[in-house]
Structures are given as C-alpha cells and as structure tokens.
Design a protein around this ligand. Structure first.
Ligand SMILES: [Zn+2]
Ligand SMILES: [Zn+2]
Length: 458
C-alpha cells in the first residue's frame, strides 16, 4: 500500500506507523497507520542534505548576487546555493532526490547566470534547474538552515496542521500537534507560524507564489475568514467577514476573482472598491446572532479594515503575528498604540489579525503596557494546535515582560511561574524536550525559582 519511495537505509525511524499513500489530487501523502496522541513522536528522519549560508567563496558570490538581482532571479539566494551543493551529492543520493515532486521545465536564465558567475560547466544547467525546483518544493526551512528530507517531503500542507517538525541536531522530528487517528493524513505547515495568522486570501497567495498550489484546506475553503472578526454594531456579538468580500494585506478581492496589488491601487480606488463590494454583496459581514448586516454597516467596518491592511505590510508583520517578539523593533513606533485604539473603535474584534498585529507592535514599544497587551493576546488566541503554539510563545514573552518590570509582586511572580510552565508543556509536546526553544526556558524557570525563594526570605 506504500506508494513507492526509495529511502537510504538508517536515515528514517523504522516505526512503520507513518506510511506514504497515493492521493487522487495531492499526489503522495503521509498517513498515520495507528493512533498517535498529541505530543507523540510520529517519526524522525535524517535529511538528504542540509545547507546553511556559509563563508565559502561560491556561496558568497551567489548571496552577493542576490542583492543586485533583478526580477529574472526567481528565488532567494539560499535555494541556488542548496541546488549547487546538491550537484556534488553522490549519484545514488541524487537519484533519491530526483524522486521528489517538482515542476519540469527548461533551465531558467537565473540558473545559467549562477553557473556562469561561478565558471561552471554549461552542461549542468538542466540538472541544476531540477535540483533547484526540488529544493523549492520539498525543503523545510528553519531559522538558520534549509534541509531536504525524503519521507517528510511527502507531508501535505494545511493552514491548521495536525503535526509539527523540528530540527534536533542532524534529525528532523515530526510530532503530533493533536490526537491523530489511524488512517488520518498527517499535515504540516509550509508557512511560518506568523503567516498562518494572516487572512485566507493572503495565505493562499503566499502558498501560490512559493509552492505553486492553491490551498484548499478547511480554513482556506471556508466562506468565513477566521482571522477577520468584528464586533457587531447591533448586539456587540461577533460578526464575521466573508472571505472574498474585501481587501486583505497587499491584495484586494474585487468580487470573486480579481486580485490587484495595493501598490498599484490608490487608497481612494481601494476604498471605492470596498464600498461597492459591500453594496453588491448582501452578506459581506454577518453577525452570529443578528444575521447579515447591511451594506452601510459592513462598509463602516470593512473600509477601515482595508486601510489597516494596507498599512500593515512591514516585513516584520509575520514575526509579530506568530507571537515571537521582535528583537530590534522595526515596528510602527509610537504610532502603534493610537492605531490599536482606532482599530478597536472601528469595531475590529480582539481576534482580528489587524488588532493582533497592532497589539504586537504596541507591546514592543510600550514597556509599561507590555504585560497587559500580551495578556490580551493570549486571551484572544484559540485552541487549535497552531494557536496553542502561538499562545505558548506569547506566554514566554509575557513571563519575560513581567520579569523585566522594576519590582514584580508575589502575585505577578505566580503569573510568571504559571505561564512558563504552561508554555513549556505545550512546547515539549510540539517540539520535544530537547528542542532549543524548550531549553531556552530553563534559565527563566531557574530565575523565577530564585526570586520566589527571595520573596519567601523576606
Ligand atoms: Zn489553507
Ligand atoms: Zn449582532
């Protein structure tokens, strides 16, 4: 029943409980052949190759070129470096890599330019293009490296994945983010944690651009977008926006099909489009209790939403949304807090991705208010595996924020303890006890114990 996939011996855990199957639309997929509980290790695998940006001359040539690349270069420099490295894999390993999915096509101009810049044989073009596509479509990206698995490359994407991968030395581990029943497909996210918090249309666009497929997971195919929620002006309950009925991120959906980049659409035109859309679609915004809201009420919410979406296009957006605090703040500065108040006055709910992002930026800027902003973000996060991961990271940020305040009280130290323990539990489930993110918590837990003792001493 395994769809054929050759693997190197001793590079994959031999539990045999995660198998490759052929799926009518998706191609090869991974399926659990027994029940796995949340946090269970599904499998591990040693990647065929792992690449990091290195100080080698060749790598530097490629990465330097990246800065001056025009649009004929299709991908980030690291992918060309990875493809180049794979040219020197053994013949056997190359043939294993060539089993992986990729679109077939002629070598691009960029591939020729890279080979030429490095003085390499022109005869390698076709193979380099093949390997480049294999990396684009099958590699997994961590903070500092890019790895190419074989078996785990069969895992499909889902915007609400049931499994998570993490790197442990030379192994990639795959763990269940929730209970997975026998026969259920195992899915991971090809998007970063922050990208998963973006609206459906923007997630779909990113996947289309990077992986060339239209995501049709449950979150993406729902008519209502779970990160675009508003406060109903009639009953103060929750109102939801129809997925296609407005502007999201740099894109605007004008009716069911048209997409235009915000860069090329002026604000007045965008505003006009959203207003028009609200008048055409009787259910642009719908309250859970009151039903469809009128076009005027819908526009009063969706126009400011579009304006905020256009504003929030900074490169740091994804890390703020993922619950990972920014190191060097490139956020909105002192604008963040007033913008947050405005967004809330405009009826964007606490769970709306714009409010989430603004709270993230404001927390970076306003040290005094950081704990309360992070508490609000924890409270607005739901209970799917991806949201539990996000909340765990927010809890760590909250604990750190409290520890940074001048003189934390005994009750706030209890809050630190509780948040660190809850975060640790989730992170161990998702990534395993030896994961760097888990190990990073140890000194914090120790510091918290230390100050607890000194409180007792007083
Ligand atoms: Zn999706
Ligand atoms: Zn209502």
């Amino acid at each position: 029943m395994d769809a054929e996939l050759r693997l190197r011996p001793d590079t994959v855990s031999r539990s045999q409980h995660v198998v490759v199957q052929q799926h009518g639309i998706k191609g090869r997929i991974l399926v659990a052949s027994k029940f796995f509980a949340e946090g269970d290790l599904l499998m591990w695998e040693r990647p065929l190759l792992a690449v990091q940006p290195e100080a080698s001359v060749e790598c530097q040539v490629i990465l330097d070129m990246e800065g001056s690349w025009d649009c004929s270069y299709r991908y980030p420099g690291l992918f060309y470096w990875a493809a180049l490295q794979s040219l020197s894999l053994s013949e056997e390993d190359q043939s294993l890599a060539l089993q992986l999915h990729r679109p077939k096509g002629e070598a691009g101009e960029d591939v020729r330019a890279v080979l030429e810049a490095l003085g390499m044989d022109e005869g390698l073009e076709a193979m380099m293009e093949d390997l480049l596509q294999i990396w684009i479509f099958n590699s997994l990206r961590s903070d500092d490296q890019l790895v190419l698995p074989l078996l785990m490359a069969m895992c499909s994407h889902d915007c609400s994945p049931n499994a998570f991968w993490s790197l442990h030395g030379e192994k990639i581990e795959l763990r269940a983010g929730q209970d997975i029943s026998e026969g259920e497909e195992v899915t991971i996210s090809y998007l970063g944690a922050g990208d998963l918090c973006l609206p459906s249309l923007e997630r779909q666009r990113r996947l289309q651009v990077t992986k060339d497929f239209l995501c049709s997971c449950q979150r993406c195919s729902s008519l209502w977008d779970d990160v675009r929620v508003f406060v109903c002006p009639r009953c103060q309950g929750m109102a939801r926006a129809q997925k296609l009925a407005t502007c999201v991120g740099p894109f605007v959906a004008l009716g069911p099909t048209v997409e235009a980049t915000a860069e090329t659409v002026s604000w007045s035109k965008l505003r006009g489009a959203v207003v028009e859309l609200c008048s055409e679609t009787s259910e642009a915004l719908q309250c859970d209790y009151c039903g469809p809201l009128g076009s005027v009420e819908a526009a009063a919410h969706l126009v400011p939403e579009a304006e905020f979406a256009q504003l929030l296009q900074a490169s740091t957006l994804s890390s703020v949304l993922g619950g990972i605090p920014l190191e060097a703040s490139e956020g909105l500065g002192q604008e963040a807090l007033p913008l947050l108040w405005r967004a809330q006055r405009c009826g964007l709910a606490a769970e709306h991705w714009v409010v989430e992002a603004l709270r993230g930026y404001a927390a970076e800027e306003e040290i005094e208010q950081r704990p309360s902003l992070l508490r609000a973000r924890c409270a607005a996060t739901g209970n799917t595996p991806r949201e539990r991961l996000k909340r765990a990271r927010l809890r760590v940020a909250l604990a750190k924020a409290i520890l940074q305040t001048a003189s934390p009280s005994i009750s706030s130290m209890a809050e630190v303890t509780e948040n660190l323990h809850l975060a640790r539990e989730v992170l161990v489930h998702i990534f395993g006890a030896s994961d760097p993110e888990v190990l990073e918590l140890e000194p914090l837990l120790a510091a918290e114990k230390g100050s607890e003792n000194s409180c007792v001493g007083l």
